[in-house]
Design a protein around this ligand. Structure first.
Ligand code: ATP
Length: 355
């Protein structure tokens, strides 16, 4: 059998600064041409992982492979990897042409080739005609595109992007999300994108690694992670959710708030204490008679396309519901959930670390 060559592999990578361990045995296998996101709160180790892949930071232990070749001890400039930094790290005293040409100029590539390649990059990021401009005369989105062009001109196999959209306002950020994703698809390069913004991660990625305290907590497609968060930390971090204490009755039956419900989770011991997570958009509001649970509406906020309703059930659990139905504040309502909307999460030991 032919061994699959991954674009990037990390095997048992750890990192300590002084005596503090910031990465605890990270394992990742990134396929060529996919869009990966490292998602987690500030300080969880995302940038450190990127720097270890790039070769700017040395792992304390473990191996790094690029295209199937071990590079753990190979210098950054010898790796076919480029990085787009959060602040873009562009050269303000150079014009756009020279900024983009930089990587080829230092390698001593001839002028005609450089001119041709820079033009190609300017076309790619839709900045033709901007060659002579200086960095200060560009908008945030344009600077971001120059930074990407400057990284891509070196024809990397892997592009690392460290929160490249965080300096942009919301509208531009959304536009750039589409542009980056489209660019990645067109070029077929492996992207490793760092963000602490869960919506950005869900919108852009083929595969997400959710990190906390220097560990991978869960990895999967955006849909997997959104629909089947492995524990409370992931459920809380990825979107709004209702999380309620529950008990497994038998395969595909779970009990909470004194009622039993059909679900799609099995293979858990009968009687085991679990939690269920239900997304606000998966809760259906009915009349009290038709409800599986009865709740009282406490507050509501108009969110444009939906109403956000906060209600309390008979056990005083808080429910957030996204609905297009009109309800009266203070009224009694019924709540219903389909079996596929109830996601059972097991408690696990490592969860204690997630405070
Ligand atoms: P952010 O989103 O805030 O950039 P991050 O998830 O990228 O955070 P890292 O920058 O990887 O986190 O940092 C992980 C931990 O390692 C932090 O606690 C940080 O203080 C620490 N750290 C990072 N670099 C160094 C260093 N050179 N020396 C000492 N500690 C460091």
């Amino acid at each position: 059998m032919v061994k699959q060559n991954y674009s990037v592999e990390l095997h048992g990578v750890t990192k300590s600064f002084d005596n503090t361990q910031v990465l605890k045995s990270i394992d990742m296998e990134l396929e060529k041409g996919k869009f990966y996101t490292l998602l987690g709160p500030s300080g969880c180790g995302k940038t450190t992982i990127l720097r270890i892949i790039a070769g700017f930071t040395k792992a304390s232990s473990g191996q790094v492979l690029i295209d199937g070749t071990e590079v753990t001890r190979v210098a950054a400039n010898q790796r076919k990897v480029n990085t787009v930094f959060q602040d873009y790290a562009l050269f303000p005293h150079m014009n756009i042409f020279d900024n983009i040409a930089f990587g080829l100029s230092v390698k001593g590539v001839d002028k005609a080739t450089i001119k041709e390649k820079v033009s190609e990059m300017l076309r790619l990021v839709r900045l033709e005609g901007f060659e002579e401009r200086y960095i200060d005369a560009l908008s945030g989105g344009q600077k971001q595109r120059v930074a990407i062009a400057r990284a891509l001109i070196n024809e990397p196999d892997v592009l690392l992007l460290d929160e490249p959209l965080s300096a942009l306002d919301l509208k531009l950020r959304t536009d750039m999300q589409y542009e980056l994703r489209e660019l990645q698809r067109r070029l077929g390069i492996t992207f490793v994108f760092v963000t602490h913004d869960q919506e950005e991660a869900l919108a852009m990625s083929d595969w997400i690694y959710v990190l906390n305290n220097g560990e991978i907590v869960q990895s999967g497609t955006p849909v997997d992670i959104y629909d089947e968060p492995i524990n409370r930390y992931v459920a809380d971090f990825i979107g709004e959710s209702n999380i309620v204490d529950a008990k497994m009755i038998e395969d595909y039956r779970v009990e909470f708030v004194g009622h039993t419900f059909d679900c799609e989770d099995g293979g858990i011991l009968s009687g085991e204490a679990v939690e269920v997570v239900i997304r606000p958009e998966d809760v259906e509001i009915t009349s009290p008679e038709a409800g599986q649970l009865i709740a009282k509406v406490d507050t509501q906020l108009f969110r444009g396309v939906f109403n956000e309703v906060i209600a309390y059930d008979e056990d005083n659990n808080e429910w957030m519901i996204h609905t297009t139905k009109k309800v009266e504040t203070g009224s009694r309502i019924g709540l219903r959930f389909g079996p596929s909307d109830i996601h059972v999460m097991r408690f696990n030991e490592s969860e204690e670390d997630f405070d």
